[in-house]
Structures are given as structure tokens and as C-alpha cells.
Design a protein around this ligand. Structure first.
Ligand SMILES: [Zn+2]
Length: 224
């Protein structure tokens, strides 16, 4: 009898332990989810949009916030990282793509071929862009549309001009005195391919213009 009772007790202990562990996992999941702001993954009202834009670049023309981010970022903003969209995509299409949780990808900003700017992850949060937690924790990341698909992955003059102005705006508001393009991850202007051998992002055209981009941004920073 006693042995049977002990066996029952053991089974109940195991079950209780299992329930406690399941409860803990549930609590952790709810806590993790609750860190995602309620502005994520939906169209915002005009008032909400104005509040979000006020915390980010005034150049922002479209907002669709992605859940694929760390809220908030784990480090201070010290860098800008350039990516390309690998396509001539509308800002709305990129927003819809970044809204899918299973894509596990995002960027802080996007620029389309007409030079319009979208915000997908607020600057205070870490976008999942470059395959490097360290870089993305320190960088504001920007996806630029290509007006040539394949080849050198060319971008339009309007997109490139906006990229200069957006970088300068990010630097001014975040106290970055200059952008340095060193060709490796030690600079304050970085590109995706520095962190992954599996990507050419942002493509030969933009990669070839990074030193020029840094110089153009720095001359605008000196003007102000
Ligand atoms: Zn990229």
C-alpha cells in the first residue's frame, strides 16, 4: 500500500512540477509580447503617426511599424547601416513584408525610388537588419530601393539624394559628429555585407558610393 501511495505522490509531484514549468513559460511569453508596443503591425491614426514621427526623422512620409525588433535597442545610436531592397519596391510592400513575424527581418527606415521615406522600426528600437546584434544595436538601418534589378543594383538619383539627407538628419538628432566609411565594421557608416559573407547587400552600385556618401553627409553636418 505504502509503495503505491509513494508512487502516486511521485506522479503528482512530477505533474505539479510540469504545470509550474508550463506556467512559467506562459508568463515569460506574455511578458515578452507585452514589450511590443501597440503601435506595431497596423495602420496608425493621424495623431499616432504624428507622435511616432516626432520621435524619429521628420522626413518620414509613411509609417508601418514591424514587430521584428528589440524594444528598446540595447545600445546608443552611433552608426548608420545601408542596405538595398533587392527590388524596386513600394514602401507599403516593404512594410507588409516586415510585418510578417516569420520573416524575422526589418530595418529602421526605407527609401523608395522617388525618394519617399518610410519608418518601420523606431530609432529607439533595434531593427533586425544586418545579421549582427552588435551592429544593429548601435546603428540606424536604411533599406534603399533599386531602380535596376540585378547587375550593379543601381538606385535612383532621388533615392540617393534622400539617403544623404536622411543620414545627415539621423546624425544631427543623435549627436553623431561625422560618418566614417572605413570599408569594414569599425567605421560609423557600415553596410550589410560587412557582417555576412552570404549577401552582396547593398550591391556594387551603393557599395561603390559609400565613401562619397560619408563625405556628402559630413559636408552637410558642417553646414549646420
Ligand atoms: Zn541588407
Amino acid at each position: 500500500m505504502d509503495t503505491k501511495r509513494d508512487a502516486f505522490r511521485r506522479v503528482w509531484l512530477v505533474l505539479a512540477g510540469f504545470c509550474a514549468a508550463a506556467g512559467l513559460v506562459l508568463v515569460l511569453c506574455v511578458t515578452a509580447r507585452s514589450q511590443i508596443p501597440d503601435t506595431v503591425g497596423r495602420l496608425l491614426t493621424a495623431e499616432e503617426t504624428a507622435q511616432v514621427v516626432a520621435r524619429n526623422s521628420p522626413m518620414t512620409a509613411y509609417v508601418y511599424l514591424s514587430p521584428n525588433a528589440d524594444f528598446p535597442r540595447g545600445d546608443t545610436i552611433q552608426k548608420v547601416t545601408v542596405h538595398h531592397m533587392a527590388g524596386d519596391l513600394a514602401l507599403e510592400a516593404v512594410g507588409a513584408s516586415f510585418a510578417q513575424r516569420d520573416r524575422r527581418a526589418s530595418a529602421n527606415y526605407g527609401i523608395d525610388s522617388s525618394g519617399r521615406v518610410a519608418l518601420y522600426v523606431e530609432e529607439r528600437d533595434r531593427a533586425w537588419s544586418s545579421g549582427s546584434v552588435e551592429n544593429d544595436s548601435q546603428a540606424v538601418t536604411i533599406e534603399v530601393a533599386n531602380d535596376e534589378v540585378g547587375g550593379a543594383w543601381h538606385v535612383s538619383d532621388a533615392a540617393y539624394e534622400t539617403l544623404i539627407e536622411l543620414c545627415a538628419d539621423i546624425c544631427r538628432r543623435n549627436g553623431i559628429e561625422e560618418l566614417r566609411y572605413t570599408g569594414d565594421e569599425t567605421g560609423t557608416l557600415t553596410i550589410h555585407s560587412m557582417f555576412s559573407s552570404e549577401t552582396e547587400c547593398p550591391g556594387p552600385y551603393l557599395t561603390g558610393r559609400m565613401a562619397e556618401l560619408a563625405a556628402a553627409v559630413n559636408s552637410r553636418l558642417e553646414e549646420t
